[in-house]
Design a protein around this ligand. Structure first.
Ligand SMILES: [Zn+2]
Ligand SMILES: [Zn+2]
Ligand SMILES: [Zn+2]
Length: 758
């Protein structure tokens, strides 16, 4: 006989860990106990020595699907007399923390019960178990127990209670456990009247969707607006009422098979669609697809997700007369944050939706759908949110407790502790008041649930970012030091952390981006850096071009094109589509701004160069959502073309004149715009290769990190990747966080930590 104490850390609570320990103890005839503490899970195991070894091996090798063991420490202790194995009440240690699980899409066992007429939860839209269901969206505080969630008002019925208390039940301590007798319910509301509840409500909503109506649906982390994705009129109505002219809508289909009817799917794309995080996966539309162009205008791709809650499954259920694909777009007005309460849905979405499918389980934290795509078999994030946040991201080294507040657009914040970074769900554009409030509340909430109190705060060096202003006052109020970090250094560091780079030596950072505040007060975004977590040097950048009207110019690529031509000394020829699209009056204003340098900052942004080219060739002169022109330029690329325009490197500058004269020349010779776009993309990829090769010759560095919003461009990314690989470079691409500004909070925290450790 032997005894061991075992302490386990990681995601081990709210994931069926104790029942698993309990049944494993039974299997190996182990006596003793298991207990949750606010620092993890503690086990006292007594039994045959070999059995204890097998017991521990089983814990390590086959934990429950949602569990993630970070550390398991075993110590031999004096053998105690136990007659059985018990689950003891939780022990609460105030300052200790255990990571909490993200929201998880419905598991296969719950799915089976949902559609099993014999089951007592047959067609119950809130079915869940320890392996699936809501988490982050409903947690108000830790330890993760029902009274600390938005399930608190629902009193468990006797049957649920038995399951909840039985260590061998799949629902043992499943905090959101519910059934039709005791849990939340759905209802349909039209013109301020509850008209139907339960399954009748869902069926009626389906009928309305079939009839071309728009329905607001309360989901897991917020509302969706849904309509029949095969009905152009319904989509048109949705666009018009939502005031969203071109930005693509995501769709939801019942299963992978339906997805493959509309999109081409690789094996790894199939598994991404099906994974427990259930993100929106960006897929290639089939050429013969029958979907209306209006779902994703100008795109070869479409964002697809599968139903991730029981309610979604019931809504999408297959039936001949029902559309097998629904638009499921965020429930908001244009750029507002997603609505989360029934009251605000009716108020804010009242002018959009023809009906409301509501329920009475409150959403505590607004969490948007995650968006990603597959790149060479790996996940590549555009937005990391539902299903992933607040999972810990492992860090290459121990860190101080730091709060990094991220950027201004696509904001996320990040808290570090021990060897982990906890990056928030997608917060959004801080310039929106409600989003800003969610940002400051979210920071407080994360500090609470993660039991952390930052010793330092890090922010972007842009003086006008609201996150910077927040950091200034937070630093003052809490009397903790503030570290300001250059935007592209943060991008580069974020990519390095994402690859667990250990910080030894120096790396080349190719930061191709839209906008970032530069050390010289200009707008950076086409940057070649050499550096590490502590410092960087800027070795090449795109030559500065004027941006008449500053940020306002961003929505008018034709103005950008005109300003670039002016600066490069090229004629404003009316045959150039960009020039032709600007009125004489407007031209005069632009010239005045350029000559007097009124509100005309300089920029080295690669994003703006893409905008300028898109307009120059007549593709897009004005945009209705961020990066629209650049995205449309990518969409018309033709992979069969290898020709490229030439950039020139002169000193530390990347010179643009030749690119522009060559494009204009091609326009003169009626070269198709798809060819011009391909030659431009190829030219950028060649230029990156040329620049990093020059840096390698100069400094001998072989590793290249690619970060910044422009690397969302898959054509450019793949082309560049191939060239750099062939030339023998080691390439770091983003893995767990987006390459756009959603990832910079991670980089900020790491840089701050290293600066402080110097
Ligand atoms: Zn389940
Ligand atoms: Zn019940
Ligand atoms: Zn950026």
């Amino acid at each position: 006989m032997a005894s061991k104490k075992i302490h386990i850390n990681g995601i081990v609570q709210g994931v069926g860990f104790r029942p698993f320990i309990y049944s494993t103890a039974m299997k190996f005839d182990i006596k003793g106990w298991v207990r949750n503490s606010s620092a993890g899970v503690d086990i006292h195991a007594t039994g045959d020595e070999n059995n204890i070894t097998d017991f521990i091996e089983t814990i390590k090798s086959s934990p429950p699907p949602l569990a993630k063991i970070d550390t398991l420490i075993e110590t031999t202790v004096v053998t105690d007399e136990f007659t059985d194995f018990k689950i003891l009440p939780s022990k609460y240690i105030p300052e200790a923390f255990v990571p909490i699980s993200p929201d998880v899409s419905i598991c296969s066992e719950c799915k089976n019960e949902l559609f099993n007429p014999e089951d007592r939860r047959f067609r119950y839209p809130f079915i869940n178990c320890t392996n699936c269901g809501p988490r982050l969206t409903i947690i108000k505080d830790t330890p993760y127990d029902r009274p600390q969630t938005t399930m608190a008002p629902f009193i468990m019925c006797d049957q649920c209670k038995v399951e909840y208390e039985n260590p061998l039940d799949r629902r043992f301590h499943a905090q959101p456990i519910a059934c039709p007798n005791c849990g939340p319910y759905v209802w349909l509301e039209r013109e301020n009247h509850k008209i139907l509840r339960g399954d009748d409500a869902i069926q009626n909503a389906r009928q309305l969707l079939s009839d071309g109506k728009i329905i607001a649906i309360k989901g897991l982390g917020g509302f969706h607006l849904a309509c029949d994705a095969t009905n152009p009129k319904a989509i048109h109505n949705l666009r018009e009422r939502k005031k969203r002219s071109d930005k693509p809508f995501a769709v939801m289909v019942f299963d992978v098979k339906t997805a493959s009817k509309y999109c081409t799917l690789s094996k790894s794309e199939k598994s991404l669609l099906n994974c427990k995080e259930s993100p929106i996966v960006i897929l290639k539309k089939k050429n013969d697809q029958v979907l209306p162009e209006a779902i994703a205008p100008g795109r070869k791709t479409i964002g697809v997700m599968l139903p991730y809650t029981p309610l979604h499954l019931l809504l999408l259920e297959k039936e001949k007369s029902f559309p097998d694909i629904l638009v499921m777009t965020s429930g908001n007005m244009s750029e507002e944050p997603i609505v989360t309460t029934n009251e605000s849905a009716i108020e804010e979405l009242g002018s959009i939706a023809d009906g409301f499918l509501l329920h009475d389980r409150a959403i505590f934290t607004r969490v948007d759908d995650s968006v990603l795509l597959e790149n060479n078999g790996e996940k590549y994030f555009f937005r990391r949110s539902r299903g992933y946040a607040p999972n810990a991201i492992p860090l290459p080294m121990e860190t101080k407790e730091i709060l990094a507040v991220g950027g201004e657009l696509k904001n996320t914040f990040c808290l570090t502790k021990n060897k982990y970074a906890f990056i928030s769900h997608h917060i959004g554009d801080l310039k929106n008041l409600e989003t800003y409030q969610a940002f400051s509340k979210g920071i407080q909430h994360f500090q609470n649930i993660l039991k952390t109190k930052p010793e330092y705060i890090a922010c972007d060096s842009h003086p006008e970012y609201l996150s910077t202003k927040f950091a200034n006052s937070y630093s003052e109020k809490e009397r903790i030091p503030l570290i300001k970090i250059q935007h592209h250094h943060a991008h580069m560091a974020s990519c390095l952390v994402d690859n667990m780079w250990n910080g030894d030596g120096l790396v080349i950072g190719v930061c191709l981006d839209g906008t970032g505040y530069g050390e010289d007060g200009q707008i950076w975004g086409g940057e070649f850096l050499i550096g590490n977590y502590q410092e960087y040097e800027r070795l090449f950048h795109l030559e500065y071009m004027p941006l008449p009207g500053g940020d306002k110019a961003i929505s008018n690529p034709n103005r950008i094109a005109a300003a670039y031509l002016w600066k490069l000394g090229l004629e404003w020829d009316e045959r150039i589509p960009a020039i032709h699209s600007i009125s004489q009056e407007e031209k005069k204003i632009i010239v005045r701004q350029l000559e007097a340098k009124i509100n005309t900052p300089n920029t080295s942004s690669m994003g703006r160069l893409f905008d300028a080219v898109a307009s120059l060739i007549g593709l897009r002169h004005m945009i209705t959502y961020e990066a629209q022109a650049a995205i449309e330029l990518e969409q018309i690329c033709n992979t069969g073309i290898d020709d490229a325009y030439d950039f020139c490197l002169e000193g530390d500058l990347i010179i643009l004149k030749k690119i522009f004269t060559d494009i204009i020349d091609d326009l003169d010779h009626s070269v198709p715009v798809s060819t011009i776009s391909s030659k431009f993309h190829n030219g950028v990829a060649n230029m990156v290769l040329e620049a990093v090769t020059a840096l390698r010759t100069l400094n001998g560095h072989h590793s290249v990190a690619l970060s910044g919003g422009v690397w969302q461009n898959q054509y450019l990314l793949n082309k560049t990747q191939r060239l750099l690989e062939q030339a023998g470079f080691t390439i770091f691409l983003h893995k767990n966080v987006p390459t756009n500004d959603g990832g910079i909070s991670l980089g900020q925290s790491m840089i701050a930590n290293e600066i402080l450790s110097k």
